[in-house]
Design a protein around this ligand. Structure first.
Ligand code: UDP
Length: 260
């Protein structure tokens, strides 16, 4: 097979040219980074699990009418997506205090917030993705007011859906990050959900034990990262058989990559 053209390589994913105009292939790596890529490592099998978890969440969201870039999963590490122009804003939705919110405002981790908070961060690695206000977004033209209204509405719908989905499997959705893109249709564009939703960009705590089932295990050197991601996939019903771990899945994947 002819080598595909690589469009972009990020910290956890690679984008390749898709089979048709307006499509891309999103490849999920095992690479993990934290603290603006100052800490780097790998979580064995993460790419396979995030591909499945993100497929599941994006398909479910499409089912309740949230437009997304996801078309279909192609194989263990790849999915076909619609090409969009990424809005340079990371949208963080918070239900429980943790991470930078706790640090910045001195609120104890685990405090239930009296209402959901949406925050915006300007996507710029050199600046360390600074927290910004609506005013900055409007002033510098990163997104229009109409686009920001759509983004905030979708973020709330996504949060409502995901809180229910995770609470049904004994997981507390503490916070998560979303990215949106513009889908062009001639001169007209509309906002759709892009990127991925996986334990890389969510804080997921076991409801009973408060055990962390997300990338904080990597950030905080807690160990058991791969097992935590597997546990999320298992509870979502995405691992085929009871007791099946991603090991079997991974061996197959390694085999496939060798043949490429
Ligand atoms: N997050 C992310 N990418 C980032 C920053 C944050 O996916 O570049 C996610 C993170 O996993 C968490 C939520 O957004 O679920 C809120 O992160 P926070 O602002 O607390 O930052 P952190 O403590 O991770 O630096």
């Amino acid at each position: 097979m002819a080598r595909r053209r690589q469009i972009y390589e990020g910290k956890a994913k690679i984008l390749y040219e898709g089979p048709e105009p307006g499509t891309l292939i999103q490849y999920f790596k095992d690479d993990a980074t934290a603290f603006n890529a100052q800490k780097k490592g790998q979580i064995a099998g993460k790419g396979v699990l995030n591909n499945r978890i993100s497929e599941h969440i994006f398909s479910s969201l499409a089912g309740i009418g949230v437009p997304t870039h996801f078309i279909r999963r192609l194989n263990m590490r790849e999915q076909l997506i619609r090409q969009v122009e990424i809005v340079p804003i990371e949208v963080v939705v918070r239900n429980v205090a943790a991470g930078s919110l706790s640090k910045r405002l001195g609120i104890e981790e685990g405090t239930q917030l009296p209402r959901t908070i949406i925050e915006y961060y300007y996507k710029d690695d050199a600046l360390g993705d600074p927290l910004v206000a609506d005013e900055h977004i409007a002033c510098f033209g990163w997104a229009s007011q109409d686009e920001m209204n759509d983004i905030a509405d979708m973020a709330i719908r996504i949060n409502d859906f995901m809180c229910g989905m995770f609470s049904a499997i004994g997981i507390r959705l503490v916070d998560f990050k979303l990215e949106f893109g513009r889908l062009y249709d001639n001169d007209y564009s509309r906002i759709i959900l892009a990127d991925e939703i996986s334990p890389d960009g969510c804080r997921l705590w076991d409801m009973r034990s408060n055990e962390k089932l997300d990338k904080d295990r990597f950030r905080q050197d807690l160990g058991g990262e791969a097992e935590a991601y597997q546990e999320v996939a298992r509870r979502l019903g995405l691992l085929q058989r009871e007791g099946e771990d991603a090991g079997a899945v991974l061996d197959l994947d390694a085999h496939r990559n060798k043949r490429k």
